[in-house]
Write a protein that binds this ligand. Sequence first.
Ligand code: HAM
Length: 439
Amino acid sequence: MTLSRQPLKGMRQLAPGKKRIEDYIIKRLREAGVAYGFEEYETPVLEPLELFLAKSGNELAVDQSYNFTDKGGRQLIMRPELTPSLARMVASSGELIYPVKWMSFPVCYRYERPQRGRVREFMQFNLDILGVDGLEAELEVFLVLRRIVNSFNASPGQYIIRYSSRRLASEILENCGMTEEEMTQAFAVIDKKDKIEPDEWVELVRKTIWDKHNADKIISFASCSDLDAPWLAEVAGDSKAYSEILRFSEMLKDAGISEAQFEASVVRGLDYYTGIVFEVMDTGGKNRRAICGGGRYDNLVSMFGGQRVSGVGFGLGLLTLQLFLETYELIPFGISGKHPADIFLAVYSDEERLFAVNLAEKLRDFGVAVEIDITGKNLSKQVRIADKKSIGYIAVIGPEEVASGRITLKNMTSGTETECEVSEIPLILEDRTLSGEAN
Ligand code: HAM
């Protein structure tokens, strides 16, 4: 029997060229988090199903997840997201210094139909602040988001941070006399607004929300993108959530975050959000899935008993970000082909092998990344391999090099050759990095 050459549908398989692009993205994300003092953490891939049933919502925890019963009869889930695990970790860590500012790069699993921007196994950058009740936490998270997108040289017009308030939406729906169950249905239907065609959405609202008056209110609310709209001011009245979001909008203005825009239809699909919610979208038509989604969740940590700890944060899909960057040609040219080795040592014959191996070790001690021939193929084949791998420099170790201890470095891009002492190699390569030759 011949085995299939394909991995399971939607699973994450990255050859080195693709992995280099992902690593480039991870590096930028990590740098942005570190710039604001965020620390990294890890949680398990496999979790008890109940952890996600309790607050993520049934759609994610049951319909869209990989869940199963293990040999011990436990109901488990491959994590579809990270936030409940983070909340548990915070609840069980006795001596935390608040505000907790943590970030992580989990691989998550969702049983969704694979399509552009949606796969079944994906890496998600998570960044969260815990223990801050004030809107300063939201503002800092928005600043990180803007720094992230700008660090890839995206222009403000290419993306938008859409935000709204879960609490405001709840208050307005409650004022319509909706029950908790109806409100959950209403949130689910509002969340679909920008994912399907407008007519289809209106039809869905009318089909889901039987009361015509309530359905009309939902349609008006979800279509509102002006915080000062008289209609909104009237229905929201003197609600706390309304004054909060007005204040937040002022804070964003003061901080010069002009990429942020109020959109009432942003409610996010997860049940645990309690306050400001947001998502980052491509403004062009090519990527319709959110690059990032997040919000405030003030009741998640207390689910594990103990004190109430508020939280704000986001999850950013590396795939959705990559698609956005590719759309606007923001991934540096040649990055996928850049080999990690700085230099390739070709070995003339077995006579010189020991010398070459020792030389390679010495260079590695100096911080130079070295690939050395281990095939025993003839010299021209070795050079061809190094060239095909796009390694920047090559040096042949033959009888002359062994006798003199001097090496000739060939720059594979320009073709220039430099004869030097072994100790000079790191400096020559460093010059190359400083001159921007290396990426
Ligand atoms: P989420 O909105 O479910 O939020 O996902 C956040 C992001 O993860 C999405 O905007 C998207 O970029 C990416 N993503 C989600 N599903 C997939 C998929 N099937 N394929 C590829 N990318 C995907 C959460 O997960 C929250 N836990 C985020 C959060 C953190 N909220 C507070 N802190």
